[in-house]
Design a protein around this ligand. Structure first.
Ligand code: IPE
Ligand code: IPE
Ligand code: MG
Ligand code: MG
Ligand code: MG
Length: 296
């Protein structure tokens, strides 16, 4: 099969970066400090893996993926908000993100909190507008609900809360899976599901892709724990943050080797789940494999 993953990822990232730039406020929108903070964090780089997954899932059924682009950007805005808040002194207290000072380091805590708040609301506004233009009300609402669930009390926020609760204390593998499948898995699952929903996938496929996304999302966070532990330079974050904060991580519970194996197994399982979707699902499979073995 003639599919070049690196070129594909680069091309999609460029497309997403461009549209994010358009959807964000101008630098001088009042108050400029808030607009600057929002643009700073969203446009600072990042792999754009969630929007890329959303578009790749959409493409399993449909070719006109530009139609789904606003939803992909909205998802990246929610992700960017989650990173800004994750780095705050009250949470992980990190100084570097994507190779640059974190939002609160650059703009102060109040602006960082507000930039996150604004991004989350703007993301939902963007989806509502794009939904009205390009999709049926049913599809739009289902997609919006999916992202809300991924970010909310049964998704990212819940995982982040449990991540804070377990910090510095003993934890078991069930708690660990709760944390990882929610703080990171839920938004990645939502990425895949929103893509499938917008493309008009049937119920059975939605369940399959939900399962696929959940596994890939969990593997993604296991890989993130590994990268933090080995201090990978390319990540643009200060390594060793998890150990410093005594976080519940896969590496902490199972060690490096077993964590790497676990990520690979999860990805193999996820790929197996979507085997019947043929060559149209090949980008998704290759992205999944890349995410478990990534070095940044
Ligand atoms: C980092 O996410 C936070 C996690 C949920 C693990 P990414 O690794 O996707 O970060 P960026 O967007 O590429 O910077
Ligand atoms: C994922 O966990 C955080 C989010 C859901 C935003 P981490 O705290 O491990 O993410 P990094 O390592 O700071 O990017
Ligand atoms: Mg964290
Ligand atoms: Mg963190
Ligand atoms: Mg981490």
């Amino acid at each position: 099969l003639n599919f070049e993953l690196q070129a594909y990822l680069q091309e999609r990232k460029r497309l997403i970066d461009q549209s994010l730039d358009q959807y964000l406020p101008a630098e001088d929108r009042l108050p400029p400090k808030l607009s600057k903070a929002v643009r700073y964090s969203v446009l600072a780089g990042g792999k754009r893996i969630r929007p890329i997954l959303l578009l790749a899932a959409y493409e399993v059924w449909k070719d006109d993926y530009l139609r789904a682009l606003p939803f992909a950007c909205a998802l990246e805005m929610v992700h960017a908000y989650s990173l800004i808040h994750d780095d705050l002194p009250a949470m992980d207290d990190d100084d570097f993100r994507r190779g640059k000072p974190t939002s609160h380091k650059a703009f102060g805590e109040a602006m960082a909190i507000l930039a996150g708040d604004a991004l989350q609301a703007e993301a939902f506004g963007l989806m509502a507008r794009a939904g009205r233009e390009s999709f049926t009300p049913q599809q739009s609402l289902a997609a919006i609900r999916e992202l809300a669930d991924g970010a909310g009390l049964n998704g990212m926020a819940a995982g982040q809360a449990m991540d804070m609760e377990t910090q510095g204390r003993q934890f078991g593998s069930e708690e660990l899976e709760f944390i990882h499948s929610r703080k990171t898995g839920a938004l990645i699952r939502a990425a895949v599901k929103v893509g499938a929903i917008l493309a008009g996938a049937d119920e059975k496929s939605l369940r399959t892709f939900s399962e696929f996304g959940g596994r890939v999302g969990l593997a993604f966070q296991v890989a993130d724990d590994v990268l933090d532990a080995v201090g990978g330079e390319k990540s643009g974050k200060a390594g060793g943050s998890d150990a410093r904060k005594k976080k519940a991580t896969y590496v902490g519970l199972f060690g490096l080797k077993q964590s790497q194996d676990r990520a690979k197994t999860l990805v193999s399982e996820s790929i197996e789940l979507i085997k019947e979707y043929g060559t149209r699902a090949e980008p998704l499979r290759q992205i999944a494999r890349f995410l478990a073995e990534r070095e940044y």
